[in-house]
Design a protein around this ligand. Sequence first.
Ligand code: HEM
Length: 145
Amino acid sequence: MEHSDIEIFNDSLARCLRGEQFFQRFYELFLASSPEVREKFQQTDFRKQRRMLQSSFYMLVEYVALGWPECQAYLERIAAAHGKHGRDIPPHLYDLWLDCLLRAVRERDELYSKEVEGAWRFMMGAGITFLKLRYERPLVNQAPG
Ligand code: HEM
C-alpha cells in the first residue's frame, strides 16, 4: 500500500540520517561504481550536493504523498538539470545510482529488511521514472496552464 511505503521510507531515512554520514557514504559508493559517474561529478561541491539530494528526497515524498504542484515544479527543474541538454545523465546510470543508494541504506539502517528495501524502491522508483522520462525532452520550459 502506497501510504505505508511512504511511512516505512520516512522512518528508514530518519534512521539513516541519525547515524554516520549517510549521504557521504552513498556518494563514496556511487563514485566508486563507475568512471562515467566520476566524470559527471568532477566539479562538484559535495557538501552542497549532499544537502540538495536530501532536500530532493523530501520533495519527492511530498510529491508522491500529496501531489503538490510546487513539488512537481521542483522535480521538473531537477529533471531539466539531469536531462540531455543539462548534465546529460543517461538513463542507465539511474540503476547504478539506486544500487548504491540501497547499499548505503543496508549499511546504515539497523532495521533494514525486504519491506524497507521495497519502500525505498517504491519511492526512488517514482523519482527515477520521473527523471528518466524527461531525459530527452524536459517539460520545464513549457508554459504553465
Ligand atoms: C532519482 C535520482 C536522482 C535525484 C533525486 C538527484 C537529485 C539531484 C539534485 C537535487 C541535484 C542538485 C540540482 C541543483 O543544482 O539544483 C543533483 C545534481 C546532480 N546530479 Fe543528481 N539526482 C539523481 C540521480 C542522478 C544520477 C543517476 C546521476 C549520475 C551521475 C546524477 C548526477 C548529478 C550531477 C552530475 C549533478 C550536478 C552536480 C554539480 O553541481 O556539480 N544524479 N541531483
